[in-house]
Design a protein around this ligand. Sequence first.
Ligand code: GAP
Length: 513
Amino acid sequence: MAQDDVFKKVVAHCKEYGFVFPSSDIYDGLGAVYDYGQMGVELKNNIKTYWWQSMVLLHDNIVGIDSAIFMHPTIWKASGHVDAFNDPLIDNRDSKKRYRADVLIEEQIAKYDEKIEKEVAKAAKRFGESFDREMFCQTNPKVLAEKAKRDALHERFSVAMNNVDLEELRQIIVDEEIACPISGTRNWTEVRQFNLMFSTEMGSTADGAMKVYLRPETAQGIFVNYLNVQKTGRMRIPFGIAQIGKAFRNEIVARQFIFRMREFEQMEMQFFVQPGKEMEWFEHWKAFRLKWHKALGFGDAMYRYHDHEKLAHYANAATDIEFKMPFGFKEVEGIHSRTNFDLSQHEKYCGKNIKYFDPELNESYTPYVIETSIGVDRMFLSVMCAAYTEETVSNGETRVVLKLPAALAPVKLAVLPLVKKDGLPEKAREIMNELKFSFNCYYEEKDSIGKRYRRMDAIGTPYCVTVDHQTLEDNMVTLRDRDTMEQKRVAIADLREMLQDKVSITSVLKKLS
Ligand code: GAP
């Protein structure tokens, strides 16, 4: 199936089965804002629990907090967000559509990459098994010509971005003859900077209302609380503070479903270390975070690191963990060595001493920070895309199955009476009432058993048990495995023990130790 089609199907599936709905759906939606439905909220909560437990439960030097979304506005001045959290925007005068100038250029770079890939694919087909990709890319004149154009553009773009040279960004768009996808024209305005923070007012105007921002990242809530936590929790460096919470950005190019949203959720951890030890810890967290992703079992080839060439002004090392989405490898998580930039800035702006006194060194210093920052919604999207599978089954029909890791699945066990009579529903309810304290169970009696299995496949339920007439006599049920579709008779009394370990988050956490 073409990757474009996979993505469209995932989006439709999310809506049809209660995972994700457009926000304000009956009012035709609100751009880049989404609601999670009855299945989505369970999957999302499981992702958050997996992250929280892997950070806070598995590390005795990491604790969690939950800071407010509204914070003192000076925080955003200190962090640099008021002055520098901008996107370069350009408008097409004919279509009146607004674009991010950097995205238009990145898409142009991707077009060169696609041309190269097409040449490679054609040659690979022609030469078959004897094809040597590396040799072909180093010698084929067409590939070399496209690569030279691509690299020159990439270099020019990097310099313009580094120097925040808006005129040069516009000139690149003109020189590359990039046209508006709507109007098809190249009638572009100047490039302007646009701040991504949402703002509102706190207090009534008569009292002198204060302009406040909706936080664009959760990290600053951790920085401004680091000393509170360190002192009250008697934490010693190195230690970390974790937080899960909403963040808001007025994204201009809001596309690709829940990949880029205006209201989204982050799971961030700031790890405070002694200056000079940050690179060691950066490597540690880079490795740990990749292991966390891989432990879900989607296959190692789905992930890659992308080390940043251009570092943010506060960072001395940065990498992304990218996931192979249907629309290419994309950032799901960022790991940054943020130096002591944020804490030093807050110290300067609040005018208080927020240094850490290190009892081992007998000296005070501003800690350096390693940050791991992952978007819950992007993680959710990556899981849905990797899990979505269409299979042809033995009777020639297609079944859609979400091969979710059992630990993340919204429902762990469906309990299905074969028919709606003869005491089978009552027996099924009895099983539900027994097991619902251990994991999320789902009862369903409507439609044929085959249809019910398909519905459970579509929401990723790893196990179903069917209660039939025989059950009333021998207290055994038919247990069906989602992925293999194998069925076997098992005693009701053994169900909890058989399944609990398989569906629990602990089973994945154990892979991390
Ligand atoms: N505190 C660092 C920080 O916020 P970021 O790279 O801007 O860094 C971290 O964001 C993560 O948050 C990203 O890797 C992504 O998963 C998620 N994220 C950022 N912007 C997002 C958006 N508009 N919609 C959904 N997720 C987003």
